[in-house]
Design a protein around this ligand. Structure first.
Ligand code: 0A1
Ligand code: ZN
Length: 890
């Protein structure tokens, strides 16, 4: 353990290995307490690297035997996890036998047990916990894998690629042999040996090949796989139609496992998923769960090309596969929503998806960019790579790809993708390779300055101001940019920022745009390229002063600073032709009102705000899903980030007041919404229906926050009468987030109904951990969380449970976590330390809840620091947590 001497890996130090591997033959004698792994790999000299020894990494296993070409190696040096072997010639056969203990593996990295089955997780560096190997993504080899296990306990034996043999063995054991025809890095290796059943479907690919699709789950879950299968088929079609990319295997498998650190993993041909992102049926999954299943299935499937066929040269390039694949899954989901909405509703449906994505970016990535873990989408250094599966690498990475798409256009982007695969299929490459190919496919489009998005951390601020000259009908828009300093990067250079702009006339309609020097007016939205520190754009031929609508569709991941008074925000809420910006205007207005109240500047809701809100709510031309988005307040972590210093207690008081007042003042409107939004027929997941349910659930939230008996009674009635999880959970959540005396009974009833359903219990845990205090003397969430920690259904060993209970409390309930007496922080430290002993990745995620502690009021900081120090000083601390807490304290 390295907490006093953290090792930092630098991107600039990359060197190719002197020896790589071209074929691997693995044999697993699977046993819960002692699995023996035999690895025969052909190591080959790398002509592109300086001469040196064979380098193999290994951790957490016992080495039983190691031979080189059948003999004991003459020179072998072992330092920590690295083994160096001197070898002669152009290729040698290295055979290594190791013993691993899956039952003792609580990290869920490498080979581990879940419900009696064997599963692996190898990204980023889990393969080295299975066998000694040059465990880096730039070593791509062909794998043959033989699994041997007890037939009774593990009737199903899966690995990557094609099944080429199977049979019986003595002592009740059996085996299966798999061959993966595609070279792959070790992080994409997977095996599963468990008691599972599959939902199967056969489909034809674009070129007419028949492929077998399987979704493997525990027997009792077979009725929850249909949606994942549907999502997989839709993803396949979409990638064929959009990028001409087809499935390259005869069989594609998804396996669901209940114990998993992340969402899912794109192992070649054998995706392993957290059950949360596979299983869905109307009685147990909400509309949002259905959406998440669809997008995670798509994400992992899309990795088959962007990640697997073309992979990353080193882990610094992670956004090469993640940013691009998130962008692809976002586009896919938007297309699915637009298709379901039909031509009339398509634009609004796409905006709803965009809003969802930007909400995530603002709530998770912006705070990351403003704290001690701020890093460029391609980091320059790390201590523990598992800490860099971040919102920056994923979500901001996707925004960077989106900007490329905006700058090059759909066709230019597609041409770039085609060229990328034609050059790099089967290779491990860098972000530079990707951007260069995009330029080459677009007549040498200059992307040199654009590359700064890969190297600069921090969220850029774009300041906008306009001047109107009535005499010559000219509106001059000045845009300037500034990126604040981040750790290790005091000075920033100007970026290429595409700013999509519209001008709204006094009648609320968009004006055709004509820039100085142009002969005629054209489109009503234009993408301006801001490349300097400051630029002026002159729009001419205007009859009256326009209202600018900037950064339409959130055309760049920046914070837009524009002075707009309340009246102007209300005007844009009512008229902006860009639905994203209409939502954003409402968010800005709500932010202003909430923060004014939190800062003590105002005691009540401004009537103009209530009116603007009511107008949106009552506008039945607007799609319900859009209205649900527009009327939801900005996320609490985002608002906290916007306060200086952040005062979670004051913010919570303000939020309770604002929600309550909106509930009461608009009670009649909310009740009408609930009445008028009936969805008929049995539940089906359909975006149109989901939008209506979302708006009804939001109405219940406001009504319950308002605390009036009629609203509370309505939520109780809907909870009792609900026929699907979206309605049942929506009503329950509304009751829990209120002073209703029926809260406790509703939680009990919900528990009684779902006590044997792990995923639904996660919702039950999260709801209580996230509960606000709606009345004097109400129960602090911390007390409840402590009680739930010893609930029989809770377990620190299951990441989903930890994220539901502790993750929700630490991250999504700041008003209850940041208690003035510091008791929340002491509890946090206890839990991080306890988790770290078992699962450092999960512990590190929880540790991140306090990384932005310097944003908080001094009295809170004084309580946080000793707890951070206590964690850092804890004996045997993992490098994962040490990196997070160490950087926070720096
Ligand atoms: N590549 C996966 C995410 C993932 C990353 C790391 C993991 O273990 C440490 C597991 C999954 C994805 O992007 O979906
Ligand atoms: Zn991914």
């Amino acid at each position: 353990m390295q907490n006093d001497q953290p090792q930092t890996i630098q991107r600039a130090d990359y060197q190719p290995l002197s020896w790589t591997v071209d074929t691997v033959d693995l044999h697993f004698a699977l046993d819960a307490g002692a699995t023996v792994v035999t690895n025969r790999m052909r190591c080959v000299r790398n002509p592109d690297a300086a001469p040196g020894p064979i380098r193999l990494w290994g951790e957490a296993m016992e080495r039983l035997e190691l031979t080189v070409d059948g003999a004991q190696p003459v020179a072998l040096r072992e330092t920590g996890a690295l083994l160096e072997i001197d070898a002669a010639g152009e290729s040698v056969m290295v055979e290594v036998r190791t013993r691993v203990d899956p039952r003792a593996n609580t990290t869920l990295s490498g080979l581990y047990l879940s419900s009696g089955g064997f599963f692996t997780q190898c990204e980023a560096e889990g393969f080295r916990r299975i066998t000694w190997f040059p465990d880096r993504p730039d070593v791509m080899a062909r794998y043959t894998v033989t699994l041997e296990a007890d037939r009774e306990a593990c009737p199903v034996l899966l690995s990557n690629g094609n099944l080429v043999g199977q049979g019986e063995l003595p002592n009740g054991r059996h085996y299966a042999k798999w061959e993966d025809p595609f070279p792959k890095p070790s992080y994409l290796f997977a095996l599963v040996a468990a008691r599972l059943v599959a939902l199967e479907r056969k489909v034809r690919t674009l070129s007419g090949r028949e492929v077998l699709l399987q979704v493997w789950v525990e027997e009792g879950n077979l009725d929850r796989c249909e949606h994942a299968m549907e999502a997989l088929v839709n993803s396949m079609r979409w990638d064929e139609e959009t990028f001409g990319l087809e499935l390259d295997l005869d069989r594609f498998m998804i396996v669901a496992v209940a114990d998993f650190n992340m969402g899912a993993m794109e192992n070649k041909g054998l995706n392993i998923f957290n059950t949360k992102f596979v299983l869905a049926k109307p009685d147990t999954a909400t509309d949002v769960d259905y959406e998440n299943v669809e997008s995670v299935v798509a994400h992992e499937y899309f990795h088959n090309w962007t990640g697997n066929r073309v992979t990353c040269r080193d882990w610094f390039q992670l956004t090469l596969k993640e940013g691009l694949t998130v962008f692809r899954d976002q586009q896919f989901s938007a297309d699915m929503l637009a298709r379901a909405a039909g031509p009339e509703g398509a634009a609004s449906a796409r905006a709803v998806k965009r809003i969802d994505d930007v909400r995530v970016l603002r709530a998770a990535q912006f705070p990351e960019d403003g704290g001690p873990m701020a890093h460029p989408i391609r980091p320059d250094s790390y201590q523990e790579i598992n800490n860099f599966y971040t919102a920056t690498v994923y979500e901001k990475g996707a925004e960077v790809i989106r900007m490329l798409h905006t700058l090059l256009g759909q066709e230019g982007f597609r041409n770039g993708m085609d060229l990328y695969f034609s050059y790099f299929d089967g290779q491990a490459v860098t972000c530079d390779d990707f951007v260069e190919v995009m330029s080459e496919a677009n007549n040498g489009f200059d992307l040199d300055q654009f590359m700064r998005w890969y190297s600069q951390a921090g969220t850029p601020r774009v300041k906008a101001s306009g001047t109107w000259n009535a005499a010559d009908g000219c509106y001059a828009l000045t845009l300037s940019q500034h990126t604040p300093a981040t750790p290790g990067q005091p000075d920033k250079l100007p970026l290429v920022i595409p700013v999509a702009v519209g001008l709204i006339g006094p009648d609320g309609r968009d004006l055709p745009l004509r820039l100085e020097g142009e002969t005629q007016a054209g489109a009503t939205t234009r993408v301006l390229k801001l490349t300097e520190e400051a630029q002026v754009f002159r729009f001419i031929g205007l009859a009256a002063e326009p209202v600018p609508s900037l950064l339409r569709g959130f055309s760049a991941p920046v914070i837009l600073e524009l002075d707009e008074d309340d009246a102007r925000l209300a005007f844009r809420m009512a008229h902006d032709a860009d639905p994203f910006n209409r939502w954003d205007a409402a968010q800005r207005y709500a932010e202003r009102v909430v923060l004014a109240m939190a800062g003590g500047a105002s005691a009540g809701l401004p009537q103009a705000f209530v009116n603007a809100f009511r107008a949106l709510l009552a506008d039945t031309r607007l799609d319900p899903a859009f209205r649900a988005q527009a009327l939801a307040l900005p996320a609490e972590p985002y608002l906290l980030e916007r306060m200086s210093p952040a005062d979670p207690g004051a913010l919570r008081t303000a939020l309770i007041a604002v929600m309550g007042a909106l509930g009461r003042e608009l009670a009649g409107d909310w009740l009408r919404v609930v009445d008028g939004m009936q969805v008929s027929g049995p539940y089906r997941y359909h975006p149109g229906d989901a939008g209506k349910r979302a708006l009804v659930n939001l109405a219940l939230r406001y009504l319950c926050a308002g605390g009036q008996p009629s609203g509370l009674a309505l939520a109780e009635a809907r909870f009792a009468a609900a026929t699907n999880m979206t309605e049942r959970f929506g009503a329950l959540a509304a009751l829990v987030q209120s002073s209703s005396p029926a809260r406790g009974a509703a939680l009990l009833a919900f528990h009684a109904r779902y006590r044997n359903d792990a995923l639904v219990l996660d919702k039950w845990f999260a709801l209580q951990a996230g509960a606000w205090r709606w009345e004097e003397g109400g129960e602090p969430a911390l007390d409840r969380v402590r009680v739930l920690l010893s609930d029989p259904a809770f377990s620190l060993a299951n990441p989903n449970k930890v994220y539901a209970l502790l993750g929700t409390y630490f991250r999504a309930n700041p008003g209850e976590f940041h208690l003035a007496d510091g008791s929340g922080y002491a509890f946090w430290a206890d839990q991080v330390i306890a988790l770290d002993a078992r699962n450092p990745q999960v512990a590190a995620r929880m540790a991140r809840a306090l990384e932005n502690w310097r944003h908080y009021a001094p009295a809170l900081q004084a309580r946080i620091r000793p707890q951070l120090e206590r964690v850092l000083a804890s004996p045997g601390l993992s490098p994962d947590v040490a990196e997070i807490v160490g950087k926070a304290l720096q």
